[in-house]
Design a protein around this ligand. Structure first.
Ligand SMILES: Nc1ncnc2c1ncn2[C@@H]1O[C@H](COP(=O)(O)OP(=O)(O)O)[C@@H](O)[C@H]1O
Ligand SMILES: [Mg+2]
Length: 319
């Protein structure tokens, strides 16, 4: 066995509205990886789409691929479009670089909230009834009851707005259309927000971490609430046994139906009628204080160990 440290490319940033959030995930992971065992190679995708090295020097796409090919494994911590949506997974596949997390198809399917809804419906998991609008069809929609308007593919609550009065609709649809060509208009779901984390291990075992409940004072878990520390996470979430089982069953069902790998976060509303799926995040927020690391910490797996598991599992599969 070689004593050489494992070279890990930690990829953060991204050309999307979650750039800053991803930088925080990447910085936290970089700091938490044991320097005695891991040599971290930081690569950042700028808000302009350009790749940069550790010293913030532009390296170009070809330079980035060369750097990646010199690493043993990549840990992409990109959230949102042109990152989490399978694009970077595809690049790593083509470059022959093993990586932690979901591949192209799971990333693309989960990034698309409309397709996620279709897949959930096909396997009997409830989601909010919704309609899809584009700039061409937006005017045909008539508001009749409170809805949530959101881009089909974004994240960090960017472009998400609750519309309680008809005169708020046009601005909400316009803001969502600024982030995506397709917009979802969903019925408001009344329920507790409960997240589950699913991790597949080599050999096929899957671990579901203790559920986490987000307690938000104002209702919508918006961008400010996500990152100003005002939301309270309850983990493990207090759950009736039947609800816990239903949530775990649905989370595993979505993991398999979308074909996920590594760790994903599956977000639900827990209603009086049981779980209603909100979304699946194939690259969930990954600072030490983010939901998934908090859930695994509650299961006795501290953040550095979770990173270790993700990386070692890839190496085990790649060797
Ligand atoms: N149909 C809905 N009913 C009630 N609240 C919703 C609904 N959709 C979204 N929300 C609220 O908005 C937040 C952000 O929406 P979400 O679809 O999760 O977008 P993002 O991918 O940006 O996290 C959710 O965490 C929740 O608080
Ligand atoms: Mg969300």
């Amino acid at each position: 066995m070689s004593t050489r440290r494992t070279r890990v490319a930690v990829i953060g940033g991204g050309q999307n509205c979650e750039h800053e959030v991803s930088l925080a995930s990447a910085a936290a992971a970089t700091a938490a990886l044991d320097p005695a065992r891991y040599q971290v190679v930081v690569l950042t995708i700028g808000a302009d789409g350009g790749w940069r090295d550790e010293g913030d020097r532009p390296v170009g796409l070809a330079g980035a691929v060369e750097t990646l090919q010199g690493c043993d494994v990549a840990l992409p911590l990109l959230h949102g479009p042109r990152g989490e949506d399978g694009t970077v997974a595809a690049l790593l596949d083509l470059a022959g670089v093993p990586y932690a997390g979901s591949g192209l198809s799971a990333g693309a399917l989960a990034m698309d909230k409309w397709v996620t809804k279709l897949v959930a419906g096909a396997i009997g998991i409830a989601t909010a009834p919704g309609v899809l609008l584009t700039a061409a069809t937006a005017a045909t929609y008539t508001w009749t009851h409170p809805v949530v308007v959101k881009p089909v593919a974004a994240g960090s609550s960017r472009g998400v707005a609750r519309v309680d009065r008809p005169e708020q609709l046009a601005a909400a649809v316009g803001a969502a259309l600024a982030l995506d060509r397709r917009v979802l208009v969903e019925d408001v779901v009344e329920g507790r927000e409960v997240d589950l984390a699913v991790l597949a291990r080599p050999g096929g075992a899957r671990i579901v971490a203790p559920a986490l409940e987000i307690v938000v004072a104002g209702g919508v878990f918006d961008y400010a609430t996500k990152y100003d520390g005002s939301a309270v996470f309850r983990v493990p979430a207090p759950l009736a046994e039947a609800d816990r089982k239903a949530l775990e069953h649905a989370a595993l069902g979505m993991y398999d139906a979308l074909g996920c790998s590594g760790v994903v976060r599956v977000d639900f509303f827990l209603t009086a009628d049981g779980p209603v799926l909100n979304e699946v995040n194939t690259t969930p927020g990954f600072t030490g204080q983010s939901q998934v690391p908090r859930m695994f910490a509650a299961a006795g797996v501290p953040y550095p160990e979770l990173l270790d598991i993700l990386i070692q599992d890839v190496l085990a599969g790649a060797s």
